[in-house]
Every structure is written in C-alpha cells, then in structure tokens.
Design a protein around this ligand. Structure first.
Ligand code: ADP
Ligand code: MG
Length: 284
C-alpha cells in the first residue's frame, strides 16, 4: 500500500502548481542523477523578439518580413509568434496554400506562385541552399523559390531563476544537460551562462530521443527531462520523470508527462525534487 504522506506530498506540490501523477514519481524524483533540459521555452522564456532583418539577393526588408509573417501565421512556435508580431500589416491567410510545419526545422508553403520556406539552416540545406555560418543568434532564414531572400535574427533571454536552479542541482550532485533544436552558438551561450555540464544542438525531435537514451545509458540512475511541450512528447514519455512546464493547452505534452508544472517558472523543477525528498523523509 502507498504510505499516506505520499498523498500529502502530491497535495503540497499541487498547491504550488506542480502536478505529480502518482507517488512513484515522488520516489523517482528523489533518485534523479541527471536532469536534461530543452532550451527554448524551458531555460529561456521562449518569447522571441526580432532584432534584425537582413534582405539578400534583391529582395526588400518588407518582402522578407511579409513572406515570413504570412507563413508563420499558421505556426504557434515561439519564433513564429515573434515574426507575426513584428509584421504590422493585416495578414490574409488565404494567400497561403499547402502549408507544412517541419518539426525542429521551420515552415513551408505556397504564396501565390512562389514556394516559400522559413526556418533554420537544416531546412535551407534540405532545399539545397548553402549558408556561411558565422551566426551567434537564433537565425531564421527565408527562402523564395529556392533562393535565399533574407535572414531574420531573433533573440530570446534566459529565465532569471535558471542559474539558481542549475546551481542547486549541482549541489545535489545532479548532472545537467541541454538538448536543443537550435544552433550551436545559441546552445553554447545558454550552457556557458548557466554552467550546464553538456549540450547537444540542431536536434530534430527523434534525435532528442536518441541523445536522451545515450545520456541515460551513460549514467547509473534515473534521468529527468524538462521541456515546454513543443515537440517534446516523445522524450517526456521516455524519461524516468518527464516534466512538462508552462504546457497548459498542450494536450500531447500534458498526457506524456509525469509531472506538469502549470507555470513557466523553472524554479518549480527544483521545488518538485525538494518536496519529494521532504515527503520521503517523512515516510521513512
Ligand atoms: P528547441 O529544441 O530549442 O525547443 P524546436 O525543436 O522547437 O527548438 O525548434 C528547433 C529549431 O527549429 C528552432 O531553433 C528554429 O531554428 C527552427 N524552427 C522550428 N520551428 C520554426 C518556425 N515555425 N519558424 C522558424 N524556425 C523554426
Ligand atoms: Mg522547446
């Protein structure tokens, strides 16, 4: 039978916006040896802002932004939201046909007679567009009929409590990792600022699953994954404790997770571990 105080722990956590889906996860949280974090929306706010638009190959700034905003109006990725917000004109969604979202890469669609792609270097490579990569920000490329029309630079910022959370985990001898779909420079920037042990970048959702397994097999003990839900359901399911943050409204993530944090406060991850350890102390 389940000791009563496990229910106490679950109740206490739920009052703090941490929904734990059963007492087995309280025990698992006590035995965590590593925490693997998604970057965007998890360690960072995931609220991007457009900082620069660089038109190329005869296109204008206005055209680059318009093509990007039209396509991104069909996506709810945080990068998409920032680009749509930057475009001040009215968006006529009927101008877009055959819209496709390519997970971990970007978006694609037809705007009148043109094929437009908006996304990262991976997506551009798929279209046969070569890029010189000397980037240090999250860079969004806009291609029209296979020609690079411009680059939109977007910035995101690290959550104010993230450093404290990582420091606290380290004090408990818990290793930390980043798995991100974003580029190397952005991954390094966040890992370095926070003192994260290891980071892996340019990962598609299935690559995250593979890397997570590699990390798990290299460690002796339980491994948690923390993600904001966008594309993260497979790893949330796979991990010993899958923690979905700020994921309200994201049904797939809520279903796949073992712990749901209802806000975007990263400090709740450490609080979940603390409450679990406290609860087990009472049980023992
Ligand atoms: P993360 O692992 O950091 O949460 P995602 O898997 O959501 O990132 O996305 C990985 C990368 O794919 C982003 O950094 C971005 O370069 C690109 N990307 C994904 N969706 C879009 C989109 N709608 N528009 C532009 N770029 C996108
Ligand atoms: Mg994310």
């Amino acid at each position: 039978s389940i000791p009563l105080s496990f229910f106490g722990g679950i109740g206490l956590a739920s009052k703090r916006g941490i929904l734990i889906k059963g007492s087995s996860f309280i025990e698992a949280l006590c035995e965590i040896k590593a925490v693997v974090f998604d970057k965007t929306g998890t360690l960072t706010w995931g609220r991007f802002e457009v900082s620069e638009i660089v038109p190329l190959n005869g296109f204008s700034k206005e055209e680059v932004l318009k093509y990007a905003a039209l396509l991104e109006s069909f996506s709810n990725h945080p990068i998409a939201v920032s680009i749509v917000k930057e475009y001040k004109d009215i968006i006529d969604k009927t101008e877009v046909k055959d819209f496709k979202e390519i997970s971990g890469c970007g978006v694609w669609g037809k705007i009148f007679d043109k094929e437009v792609a908006v996304g990262n270097s991976k997506l551009m490579r798929q279209l046969g567009i070569n890029l010189e990569e000397n980037i240090n920000l999250t860079t969004v490329y806009v291609a029209v009929n296979g020609v690079l029309a411009g680059v939109i630079k977007v910035t995101d910022s690290i959550k104010s409590s993230a450093k404290e959370v990582i420091d606290n985990l380290k004090k408990q001898n818990i290793k930390t990792f980043i798995l991100t779909g974003d580029n190397k420079a952005s991954a390094y920037y966040v890992a370095d600022k926070l003192g994260i042990d290891e980071y892996y970048f340019e990962l598609l959702p299935q690559d995250k699953v593979e890397k997570f397994n590699v990390i798990k097999n290299s460690l002796d003990g339980k491994v948690a994954f923390v993600g904001d839900g966008i594309n993260d359901a497979p790893v949330l399911k796979l991990s010993d404790v899958g923690i979905a943050m700020g994921a309200l409204g994201q049904d797939a993530a809520i279903e796949a997770a073992d712990v749901v944090i209802t806000t975007d406060e990263i400090e709740k991850v450490y609080e979940a571990i603390k409450i679990s350890k406290y609860t087990r102390k009472i049980v023992v």
